[in-house]
Write a protein that binds this ligand. Structure first.
Ligand SMILES: Nc1ncnc2c1ncn2[C@@H]1O[C@H](COP(=O)(O)OP(=O)(O)OP(=O)(O)O)[C@@H](O)[C@H]1O
Length: 235
């Protein structure tokens, strides 16, 4: 489904990805974890064609993504920081994105779920951070694509919205989708993820399920297991 081989990316002298090898063939929820600045967003953006790697192989569904943009229609993406045009109204942005993707979207259900009706005629620049994130989620989840990539989806959400988000992600998983998620909220990851990919020093340092991670790091506490991975690296 997603095949990555020896992916390298540097920004100036900053070598961020230093030979990432990663195959994602399974359906379900894959959490991409790693310390701040470890290259999670860079990796995600490389898959999306938003960052051009310096070298390496990257293919989605068997087709190299080089000079190819068609594959992106198979992916729904939630960016970590949504830079919405401040003067646009929420309903105008939703209509614009539906128009751009030229596909019907399930926006009404998501608007209802996140109780966004009172905000539809408000300008994006006037919304709170959490409300902006709910709009971000509507835009990412309203299309029915087989691959979903969510960069820090829980940011700013209140507990009710977080419950709805978890339900939505679980529904997509049941439909047989592949869902890549980055998050620093370990309780969220432990509850949701089928598989962990841990980036460190520009490479995939660990890939496996939570049980394997816990046994490798000799702890039953997930947060501690992640901390132990880092200590193992420094040992
Ligand atoms: N467009 C860019 N130009 C220059 N440096 C960049 C650019 N994008 C990312 N970087 C650098 O690449 C490194 C990795 O950033 P990235 O956002 O991929 O990390 P991350 O693992 O997603 O971090 P976080 O957990 O903080 O979100 C950082 O040092 C960052 O400053």
């Amino acid at each position: 489904m997603i095949h990555i081989e020896q992916l390298h990316k540097k920004f100036g002298k900053n070598k961020v990805l230093k030979g990432v090898d990663l195959d994602i063939n399974s359906k379900g929820i894959i959490a991409i974890l790693g310390p701040n600045g470890s290259g999670k967003t860079t990796l995600i953006k490389s898959i999306l064609g938003m960052v051009i790697p310096d070298s390496g192989v990257l293919s989605v569904n068997g087709t190299s993504i080089k000079k190819n943009s068609q594959y992106r229609d198979q992916i729904d993406y939630l960016p970590q920081i949504a830079n919405f045009p401040a003067n646009l109204k929420v309903k105008e942005l939703i209509a614009m994105i539906k128009d751009l993707r030229n596909r019907p979207g399930e926006d009404h259900r998501l608007i209802q779920l996140f109780k966004l009706e009172p905000f539809l005629s408000k300008k994006l620049g006037n919304l709170s951070g959490g409300t902006k994130q709910k709009v971000n989620l509507v835009l990412a989840l309203m299309f029915d694509s087989p691959i979903i990539i969510l960069d820090e989806p829980t940011t700013g959400l209140d507990p009710i919205a977080l419950i709805h988000l978890k339900e939505l992600i679980s529904e997509e998983k049941v439909k047989g989708k592949t869902i890549l998620i980055t998050s620093h909220i370990m309780s969220f990851v432990e509850e949701m993820a089928d598989e962990i990919v841990f980036l460190l020093e520009g490479k995939v340092y660990f890939k496996g399920n939570i049980g394997a991670l816990k046994s490798q790091t000799e702890t039953t506490n997930f947060e501690q297991a992640i901390a132990n991975l880092l200590t193992q690296e420094n040992a």
